[in-house]
Design a protein around this ligand. Sequence first.
Ligand code: SF4
Length: 432
Amino acid sequence: MNEYDSNRIYDLTSAIGFNKTDVKKKADCFVLNTCHIREKATEKVYDEIGRVKKNFRNLKKPLVIVTGCVAQAESQEMLEREPYIDMVIGPQSYHKIGDLILNYRRKKQKINETEFDVVKKFDELEKISNSQNKISSYLTIQEGCDKFCNFCVVPYTRGPEYSRRFKQIIDEASNLVNNGVREITLLGQNVNAYYFTENNKNYKLSSLIRELNNIKSLKRIRFTTSHPKDMTEDLINCYRDCEKLMPFLHLPIQSGSNKILKLMNRKHNREYYLSVIKKLKNVNKDIKISSDFIVGYPGETEQDFKDTIELVEQVGFVNSYSFIFSPRPGTPAATKKLNNLEESKTRLKKLQNILENFQHENNRKYLQQYCEVLIENKLDNQEKYFARTKYMTPVIFEANNCIPGELANVKILSFNKKNLFGIFKTNKTKVA
Ligand code: SF4
């Protein structure tokens, strides 16, 4: 979501005459768009500001703006702790950035703008068209979360669940496709909680997917991140009916132990999660699932961890993420007694080995097969292209003259843990 927000921040600042530069010392304004999910997020921001300060030691001080969830969480404290920062702007207020910069130039007063004005944000953003023109683009449809998992800061930094207007989203998607975008990933912290009502008509994520499926030049649709509780039948059926919806779903479970899921306040258990997977496979046998796992959550025993391993082996996840629990300030889990770190590290290693083996075996299946990819770009100074499979696996392939944005069949000749390597083929007889 920060990538989407950063692009929109660029659109808003370019409207008041700003341009991007790759030469850091030439910048007269730094916007640090921050994420609060990862460990030590706040300290990383101060480290980055320290680097900017060092670079500009003998130069005119640039305008320094911190946006995103760290700005929201730290707010006034940031301005007080680091005088080099001129403005903090929360993720629901960044639509004001142009006016705030102009105000700052006039008054030279520090600015703390961390209101939750999400409705206004999207109405304002609508006025400035999204300039994104990469082959694959994000599109935020929903923000915030009402689920309050005990380990997560999102409900506090992004606020309650809010869904954008249906037409606003479709218009933005059409605009992106006109810019050359061929794959859209619908975004939300709780994307499948999307729910919008207008003129007595209810719109859900499935309504959006079905509408996007009709946009002629759009080739692929994805969405992330989903909560298992919101995987409703209408959404599951999209995997049966919408050929542009990729058969790949990121569906975080976090733990395979019902005891830990309850301690996390996840609002689902493993049986429910497995029943969702079963329904998905019933409507589309090609579907593959990735997930997130937290290892060493407070109270996790060896048996709880074994439950996770057993679930992982049962589902056979691909492209998944796993981390050791680390407390986020202000969340209920932050006050709990931490597990033994060495034990958690050993568990994480074991889990990651299993996940990597699944990924490796999954990649091996492509060997000598033809695989459908969406070409994203040509690699610099090489007759090679970067693309992705339906399952997001990166593919690097050799070809003479390919067009980014086209679907192609590539014969896979080798692989490693993360990537597939191949050669362009026009033959479409067998697609993996
Ligand atoms: S559902 Fe996701 S975003 Fe919401 S609190 Fe839980 S982990 Fe955080």
